[in-house]
Design a protein around this ligand. Structure first.
Ligand code: DC
Length: 227
């Protein structure tokens, strides 16, 4: 039986994470949050004092990436993420770990080290893969490819609301500056830069609710899966 693959790529704050989880639940497919893998690797390398020496200590970093001990555990409160048995679900979502992830993501050998791990998520009946290069690099034969974006300002506003809901006090100007810097790094890196696949369905969610985006996505996916 073929495993159906739906990819959702786009910049941070576009609503990808929320939508990918909803779409996976709707079709009862598995979910790959590839950004979490980069965040986990960033955190692990930081803990081992390697995050500022990715270039000079590349061999050790690749080894760590290949052997990363991570688990995604589904429970009542959603999905918990474990690194070396420790629950790091909250810490990996911080801006600081996002910065580590972005540094890690710019190193080709580290991206390659995470490749097999991502392919392993493709299991029956299907997978929703959320990231930056899911359609362009990891799953180029996906049945449905979505590129979800939004203006930097609206992504910053959403991120502030998200962080405030988690009890974290932040300034929108700082978040906006972070988002713009990360977009630039993600889009300008030479390996697997953030960009829509030529055959992707493009959605700008700046002025759309989650429910509206969900409807656009499921209409498109149903069409693709019927082909
Ligand atoms: O989606 P996110 O914010 O959790 O991603 C964290 C970082 O990892 C971000 O800087 C982009 C990078 N990333 C990537 O390069 N490729 C992916 N498939 C997913 C994330």
């Amino acid at each position: 039986m073929t495993v159906q693959i739906i990819t959702i790529d786009g910049p941070s704050g576009s609503g990808k994470g929320t939508l990918a989880a909803k779409i996976a639940a709707h079709y009862q497919y598995h979910l790959l949050d590839s950004g979490a893998l980069y965040r986990l690797l960033g955190l692990s390398l930081h803990k081992q004092d390697l995050i500022d020496s990715l270039d000079t200590q590349l061999e050790s970093c690749v080894k760590i990436a290949t052997n990363l001990d991570i688990k995604f555990v589904t429970n009542e409160s959603g999905i918990s993420v474990l690194l070396d048995g420790e629950d790091v679900s909250k810490i990996i979502r911080t801006e600081r770990v996002g910065e580590f992830a972005s540094k890690v993501a710019a190193i080709p050998a580290l991206r390659t080290a995470l490749l097999e791990r991502q392919h392993a998520f493709a299991q029956s009946p299907g997978l929703v893969a959320d990231g930056r290069d899911m359609a362009t690099t990891i799953f180029p034969n996906a049945q449905a490819k979505i590129y979800l974006t939004a203006s930097a300002q609206s992504r910053a506003e959403r991120r502030v609301n998200q962080l405030q809901a988690m009890g974290v006090d932040v300034k929108i100007s700082d978040i906006l500056a972070n988002i713009e810097a990360r977009d630039k790094r993600d889009m300008e890196r030479t390996v697997a830069p953030l960009k829509p696949a030529p055959d992707a369905y493009f959605i700008d969610s700046s002025n759309l609710t989650i429910d509206e985006v969900f409807t656009l996505m499921t209409n498109y996916i149903d069409q693709q899966l019927a082909n």
